[in-house]
Design a protein around this ligand. Structure first.
Ligand code: SF4
Ligand code: SF4
Ligand code: FES
Length: 284
């Protein structure tokens, strides 16, 4: 590998295809963000690319050959730990699950840290804010067992409703893409889509009896979400964050805090735990 100086990458990219054809392997140009504490610049590198490689492979190759001090976070290399989140060609993605052959071959691949969180160094950001959000959410609060032997009876449909939310790997790509956090930096007022998914998993759990709608309305900033669906688009676990989690939560908040008829019914009968409109895919 060679490391062309800044500014030479475009010329290199244009020339490399013919050269790659001649020698039977591919090289790709990269622009990787280097710097600390929010300050920095793109540095240009070139990596050898073989069939099946992902962006993380190339970053590790660059780290091994050209930039031993390049800071990059990863653990599983299997799309399950959520550590290698970055912005690849400007889009929030997992580096270990982004194949080189799905990126345009005629331009450098840019790799940057997530922007919604404080920058630490190179590709690493401080995502610890996320871990401080979770304790603010009322934990799982199961109802009393249905049978004397301490077991519950649950409809399969109710079990399946929350399964999707449990796939979250806490990569925080949805948090990164959400304009409320990314552009407006409202971290004190909005918990972000990842934690709305977490609340939805608890609120729709067939055994849970806690009511988190007051917190959703007053502390978690649910009203800031304007259903742009960007979070759903970037989720590597394909969780339908907006339609299946956020919209049903918005409906619950409206029903419980702004619908006088339902408020009267609740006063008489007690709070309903499950809402027939929580059906996955509901867009109501
Ligand atoms: S749908 Fe809501 S939570 Fe998701 S990215 Fe858009 S504003 Fe953020
Ligand atoms: S909901 Fe999806 S994008 Fe958001 S943290 Fe979980 S896995 Fe990542
Ligand atoms: S290294 Fe674990 S998700 Fe990418």
């Amino acid at each position: 590998m060679t490391a062309p100086t800044t500014g030479a990458v475009d010329a290199y990219t244009a020339a490399q295809a013919a050269q790659d054809d001649a020698v039977g392997h591919a090289t790709r140009a990269f622009r990787v963000w280097r710097g600390a504490d929010g300050a920095g610049a793109f540095h240009d590198y070139v990596a050898d690319v073989d069939e099946g490689m992902v962006v993380l492979d190339a970053i590790q190759q660059i780290q091994a050959s050209h930039a031993n001090d390049l800071a990059v976070r990863w653990n599983c290399k299997a799309g399950k730990c959520g550590s290698c989140s970055a912005e690849i060609n400007g889009k929030p993605k997992l580096m270990c699950m982004t194949r080189m052959d799905e990126l345009p071959a005629d331009e450098p691949v840019t790799v940057e840290p997530m922007r919604a969180f404080p920058h630490v160094r190179d590709l690493v950001t401080d995502v610890s804010w996320n871990f401080r959000v979770k304790p603010r959410i009322q934990p799982f609060t199961p109802r009393a067992p249905d049978a004397p032997d301490g077991t519950w009876r649950i409809a399969q449909e109710d079990v399946e409703r929350v399964q999707e939310f449990r796939k979250c790997i806490e990569c925080f790509l949805c948090q990164d893409v959400c304009h409320v956090l990314r552009d407006h930096q409202l971290h004190d007022e909005f918990v972000g889509p990842r934690y709305l998914v977490y609340v939805a998993a608890l609120e729709m759990h067939p055994l849970d009896i806690a009511d988190r709608t007051t917190e959703l309305k007053d502390q978690f900033g649910l009203g800031y979400c304007n259903i742009t669906k960007c979070c759903t688009t970037v989720c590597p676990e394909h969780i339908t964050i907006t339609d299946n989690a956020i919209i049903p939560l918005k409906e619950r908040v409206v029903d419980r805090h702004y619908d006088p008829l339902r408020a009267l019914v609740r006063l008489v009968r007690g709070p309903p735990k499950h809402d027939s409109r929580d059906t996955p895919g509901s867009k109501r």
